[in-house]
Design a protein around this ligand. Structure first.
Ligand code: GLN
Length: 205
């Protein structure tokens, strides 16, 4: 049974920026577990889908038989954080490519829609609920979140109005890379979601 002690957050660790997520999580005092096999999903308080290369990530998710287990745990309420490629993996619709994503988050994304690798950029972002300075958004061949369904709450936008972060229930998505900056507020926000979820689960069982 979960309940006491530090939160335990899984990080999908088959490709991409998983080590950076593990570091951010542990710096905040939570425990992180690298997830490569279905049994690694047991007993987690949340799961992170990192940045990387979404087609490769999806191939490896299937190769490691993680697709259905991931879909099931998130459908059952496990909080999830997707960053950059992780957002593509969570999205229900990819307008630019024919891809079999996990189909969880009610958003439409276009891959690489900000341009080529050389057109990667950084922008300071206002993020709902964050005190202090704006959050440095690092966008590396980022997906563009083109549309959000009714149940999706926008948390941050680029200056041109493009959605940069959003949340549907306990699923959080950022098209930028919070794992590449020292500022831990996005991870802190996710840990707060995971902590709330754990408290709710404990009172309901
Ligand atoms: N361009 C990558 C993709 O489409 C995402 C890049 C990233 O995660 N930094 O999969």
């Amino acid at each position: 049974m979960t309940g006491r002690g530090p939160l335990l957050i899984g990080v999908l660790s088959v490709q991409g920026s998983f080590a950076e997520h593990v570091e951010s999580i542990t710096r905040l005092g939570a425990r992180a577990r690298e997830v490569r096999l279905p049994q690694h999903l047991e007993g987690l308080d949340g799961i992170v889908l990192p940045g990387g290369e979404s087609t490769t990530l999806l191939k490896l998710i299937d190769a490691f038989d993680l697709r259905k287990p991931l879909q099931d745990v998130i459908a059952e309420g496990m909080p999830a954080l997707g960053t950059c490629a992780g957002v593509i993996i969570l999205a229900q619709r990819v307008s630019s490519h024919n891809m079999q994503t996990l189909g969880i988050l009610d958003i439409t994304v276009a891959r690489n829609a900000f341009g080529r690798q050389s057109e990667s950029f950084e922008e300071d972002l206002a993020f709902e609920g964050f005190d202090g300075p704006q959050f440095r958004g690092v966008f590396i061949r980022a997906p563009k979140i083109e549309a959000c369904g009714n149940g999706v709450h926008v948390l941050s936008r680029l200056q041109d109005g493009t959605v940069a972060a959003c949340r549907q229930l306990d699923v959080l998505a950022t098209s930028f890379h919070p794992e590449f900056v020292e500022d831990l507020r996005v991870h802190q926000y996710f840990l707060a979601i995971a902590s709330d979820r754990r408290n709710i689960s404990n009172t309901c069982t």
